[in-house]
Design a protein around this ligand. Structure first.
Ligand SMILES: [Zn+2]
Length: 614
């Protein structure tokens, strides 16, 4: 990979590649060793059974006895539950990781069935603690949460109290839970089964064969313009006959969710449901912060439009069409796994030596599974395993620079987990959705800048910059646009309008047109673009947290560029705090005030600067 200073290490203690042995092409031989979690599937089963037994003993000792307890007693109970949860989480994570490395193994499938059964039991046995806490008289609970003896659990306990007014009586909660399989879950299943049943007969050049929707969508990144165009036309045609049933699933879910919002008191002063509030509470963000952010993103749709006009010029067309939206720009260079390892460690090392040495251990302790294999899950993830264990990374490395970015991304999660797990309790070591993608995106930024500083080849630079912008635009603007679409759908339903396919298509198309303006022409077929997005069905308003996290990462990165080294300690402190503070408090400590609409400006400035470099 010429043009790049391969193997250059900006931190003190460079990785000795010969100690690890070189990885083969496509990371052949790079397989994780999960032995530090559990020695075997049999041992994991034994640990799970033992832990459920311990949980029962714990419940027998504490259930119904915490009502009048003092702070020190609550702290003792929480400490015990934390230790039991850690043991359970470790064995359960071990199961999930084994299944991800090979879903075809019968041993792994059996372990999974066992874990699923035990998990329900474990939850049922330990749930009382949260319920007992929520049942305390509000003033008493608030005073206890402020007691120094409970300082390490404060944020967790206070968040439970926020949730308390929306929790119904035990009988009502049970009734809702028991009807769920025939109500909410049934509509979700019908949607997913319908969607996965849609196969598109399509000829990508090797004769007609059946394609899943995801396979068809992947052609949108092809360098072949005709293929991209044919693929999207085929997709829209395949969706058309199913739009009615897909819309009906959504309509029923929205109606059901609005009714339950009313029951749970997620309502305004007039008693009308506030459909976003539940998501905002779960994300630990205020309603005002979320609406300010969404409005700010929409006010900057011109940033996306400027990029698409530039892209049209680069592709030599007057106006960008939908089929050209994800057309590749420039020529990316290949990258081997060993190169990616050196690059990521050097990029992170130039930011913080201590962060790089934490990440180096992922390699030396075999906590990364990178080779693509049959039976192994697709995509990539980082698992924290348990608060008292070390995180691991899974990905499928195929020798592209994109894979190096994915490695940086997952190791960003790995750094966040490593720091927070060491500093926080099991109840507060994990952040909510809004902060979960911050460290991962920040790590991508470190690698991106490191590569760009060294890359001299214009076509490779162009590929790097364009994919960075497209990633940011898809995450910041598109995810907010989707949340706005949802908001309008819930409002329509609340005002007595049913969410048929035509109405959903109208709202969807209007919101997309707002985002793209005249910089991208949308075909009529894309009116069905809402139909294949599972987030709307699974978790409402899930998407805006991606926008939030991405904006936050870019704002943090701009701060790092402005402040230099003094920023590093503040950033690592933010990661170390995990979920022990709200995003608003976490970010205020590094000098970002997310109640001020201007907090998003540095992110947009970065994207605009990249666009001008294309
Ligand atoms: Zn991620």
């Amino acid at each position: 990979m010429d043009g790049l200073a391969m193997g250059e290490s900006a931190y003190g203690d460079p990785l000795k590649a010969e100690e690890l042995g070189p990885a083969g092409p496509r990371a052949a031989g790079v397989v994780w060793d999960l032995g530090f979690i559990e020695p075997s599937a049999a041992a994991a089963r034994e640990h799970l059974a033992h832990t459920v037994q311990k949980a029962k003993t714990f419940a027998a000792r504490w259930e119904g006895k915490l009502g009048g307890a003092d702070a020190a007693t609550w702290a003792r109970a929480l400490g015990e539950l934390g230790a039991i949860s850690n043991a359970f989480r470790a064995a359960a994570s071990y199961n999930g990781l084994r299944l991800a490395e090979n879903s075809l193994s019968t041993v792994n499938q059996d372990l999974d069935a066992y874990v699923n059964r035990e998990s329900v039991q474990f939850e049922n046995v330990t749930r009382f603690l949260e319920l007992d806490w929520k049942a305390l008289p509000s003033a008493r609970a608030k005073a206890l949460a402020r007691d120094p003896a409970l300082a390490r659990y404060r944020h967790y306990l206070e968040r439970l109290l926020e949730d308390a007014p929306h929790t119904l009586s035990a009988v009502e909660e049970r009734a809702l839970a028991e009807r769920s399989p025939a109500a909410e879950s049934a509509w979700e299943s019908l949607f997913h089964e319908t969607l996965s049943g849609i196969v598109v007969d399509f000829d990508a050049g090797e004769g007609v064969r059946k394609h899943t929707i995801d396979e068809i969508l992947a052609y949108r990144m092809s360098a072949d313009a005709a293929l991209r165009g044919r693929a999207v036309t085929a997709l829209f045609a395949a969706l058309e006959p199913w739009k009615g049933v897909l819309a009906k699933c959504y309509d029923s879910l929205v109606g059901d969710r609005l009714a339950i919002d009313r029951l749970r008191g997620y309502v305004d002063a007039s008693g009308a449901p506030l459909p976003m509030q539940q998501a905002n509470v779960a994300n630990d963000l205020s309603d005002a912060v979320v609406s300010t952010m969404m409005k700010a993103v929409e006010d900057h749709y011109s940033v996306v439009q400027t990029y698409y006009r530039r892209k049209a010029a680069l592709l030599g067309v007057k106006q960008l069409t939908f089929e050209d939206q994800y057309a590749p720009i420039g020529t990316p260079k290949p990258c081997t796994y060993d190169e990616a390892r050196s690059l990521v460690l050097a990029a992170v090392g130039s930011f913080s030596k201590s962060a790089a040495s934490i990440l180096e251990k992922f390699f030396t302790e075999n906590r990364i599974d990178a080779e693509p294999r049959k039976g192994k899950t697709g995509g990539a993830f980082c698992s924290g395993v348990a608060q008292d264990k070390k995180p691991v990374v899974l990905m499928n490395f195929t020798d592209t620079i994109n894979d190096a970015m994915t490695l940086a991304h997952e190791l960003g999660h790995g750094l966040h987990f490593s720091l927070a797990q060491k500093a926080q309790t099991p109840f507060e070591c994990e952040t909510g959705m809004a902060m979960a993608e911050v460290a991962s995106t920040f790590n991508e930024m470190l690698l991106f800048d490191y590569l760009l500083e060294r890359e001299k080849d214009p076509a490779a630079r162009q590929a790097l910059i364009a994919s960075r912008i497209e990633e940011s635009c898809a995450t910041i603007f598109r995810q907010t646009m989707m949340a706005r679409y949802e908001e309008r759908a819930y409002a329509a339903r609340e005002h007595g309008e049913s969410l048929g396919a035509d109405r959903l298509s109208d709202i969807w198309f209007e919101e997309n047109q707002k985002e793209f303006g005249d910089a991208l022409s949308l075909p009529q077929g894309y009116r069905l673009g809402w139909a294949y997005i599972p987030h709307f069905i699974n978790t409402r308003f899930y998407t805006y947290s991606y926008s939030f996290a991405h904006l936050t990462s870019l704002a943090l990165y701009a701060k790092y560029k402005a402040e230099g080294q003094p920023f590093v300690a503040k950033y690592l402190d933010l990661l170390r705090t995990g979920g022990a503070k709200s995003p608003e408090d976490l970010l205020r400590k590094v000098g970002i005030d997310i109640t001020d609409p201007a907090w998003v400006e540095p992110a947009f400035a970065l994207i605009s600067r990249w666009t001008s470099q294309l």
